[in-house]
Design a protein around this ligand. Structure first.
Ligand SMILES: NC(=O)c1ccc[n+]([C@@H]2O[C@H](COP(=O)([O-])OP(=O)(O)OC[C@H]3O[C@@H](n4cnc5c(N)ncnc54)[C@H](O)[C@@H]3O)[C@@H](O)[C@H]2O)c1
Ligand SMILES: O=C(O)C[C@H](O)C(=O)O
Length: 345
């Protein structure tokens, strides 16, 4: 199989706001409705700011259980085309979602020091299940971009809730693992002295600890590390979320970098919807690539979701060992999500 790196074109979205706006000024018509669920949060607010500046968006619908009228009023004063609406509380969720083409979901609580992402499950599982049920009802054909942790369980929850709601097509439900790609690009560019805007590292697996697998052997431009350095940078990427949680010392987890990564993935979804070619992102989706029924790999996105799953590509022996260790961990998280959804009403 040809190396994914050759097929894994740098996503159409880019590494700074100006290019992001220019990128959509070229390809995006002012056509689409994007909803953000959890829009008042640490991720939701900066991500909504970035989305407000995307010409392809004609309506930006902001939903939360608190503060959304203020966030919407604030953003609506920005002189860009997207019309902003604020929606607060369950009775306004339907209006927020109806007609949405892309829904981004950062709703839920973040980690504090000493917690794992799985420790968030008891709180965030029901939040994501409720919001998934509403998406299945009001915008069943939208791209659903789940940020809320634990992603390795919340994406299966969303898919199962869709099926329970009578929506069999779950092919546009994505776990947003873009921050792992963004981090890998940044850390490797720094280590190798590369121009970071030209670095692309596929990240496969899931979004927690050892399930995060940067495929450095497929890095573009190509690079290599001695084994100790390779293990060190791999572990830094796997633990990067915890690095931020510790640095924030109880004030939460990554928000600004996630807002950037979430806006990038949403912009790629809009690119795909508009029919742009070569829209490639890694995301956590239902998958038959490994024994885990959900797995993140590089995906070619199109108007109907995934056009092509590039799979694992050629892995090094080290990366194959990482995948072997990842799969049972993923299977446990997936099962936990599916069992929750089965009992959710
Ligand atoms: N996928 C990733 O790479 C990634 C990266 C960073 C953070 N996260 C996750 O994103 C989530 C949000 O993090 P944050 O820092 O923005 O948290 P935050 O607490 O700052 O914001 C969360 C927002 O969700 C809202 N909310 C809570 N329940 C809701 C509901 N039922 N409906 C709608 N909105 C609701 C809250 O009011 C709040 O505004 C966390 O679960 C965090 O772990 C994921
Ligand atoms: O680490 C966290 O809890 C948030 C997020 O998953 C991250 O990777 O930053």
């Amino acid at each position: 199989m040809a190396s994914v790196a050759k097929q894994f074109l740098r996503p159409s979205t880019v590494n700074n706001l100006t290019k992001l706006v220019r990128n959509f000024s070229v390809t995006g018509q002012n056509n689409y409705k994007v909803a953000v669920l959890g829009a008042s949060g640490g991720i939701g607010q900066p991500m909504s700011l970035l989305l407000k500046q995307t010409p392809a968006i004609k309506q930006l619908a902001l939903y939360d259980i608190a503060h959304t009228p203020g966030v919407a009023a604030d953003l609506s004063h920005i002189d860009t085309a997207a019309q902003v609406s604020g929606h607060i509380g369950a009775e306004q969720l339907g209006d927020c979602l109806t007609g949405s083409d892309v829904v981004v979901i950062p709703a839920g609580v973040p980690r504090k020091p000493g917690m794992t992402r799985d420790d968030l499950f008891n709180t965030n599982a029901s939040i994501v299940a409720d919001l998934s049920k509403a998406c299945a009802k009001y915008c069943p054909t939208a791209f659903i971009c789940i940020i809320s942790n634990p992603v390795n369980s919340t994406v299966p929850i969303c898919c199962e809730i869709y099926k329970k709601s009578g929506v069999s097509d779950t092919s546009k439900i994505f776990g947003v693992t873009t921050l792992d790609v963004v981090r890998s690009n940044a850390f490797i560019a720094e280590a190798k002295g590369f121009d970071v805007s030209k670095v692309n590292v596929p990240v496969i697996g899931g979004h927690a600890g050892i399930t995060i697998i940067p495929v450095i052997s497929q890095c573009s431009p190509s690079c290599s590390f001695e084994q100790p350095a390779l293990e060190a940078i791999t572990e830094r990427i796997q633990d990067a979320g915890t690095e931020v949680v510790k640095a924030k010392a109880g004030a939460g987890s990554a928000t600004l970098s996630m807002a950037y990564a979430g806006a990038r993935f949403a912009a790629s979804a809009l690119d795909a919807l508009s029919g742009k070619d070569n829209v490639v992102e890694c995301a956590f989706i239902q998958s038959s690539i490994t024994a885990a029924t959900y797995f993140s790999t590089p995906l070619l996105l199109g108007p109907n979701g995934v056009k092509k799953n590039f799979g694992l590509g050629n892995l090094s022996d080290y990366e194959k060992k990482l995948v072997d260790a990842c799969v049972p961990e993923l299977q446990k998280s997936i099962k936990k999500g599916e069992e929750f959804a089965a009992n959710f009403h």
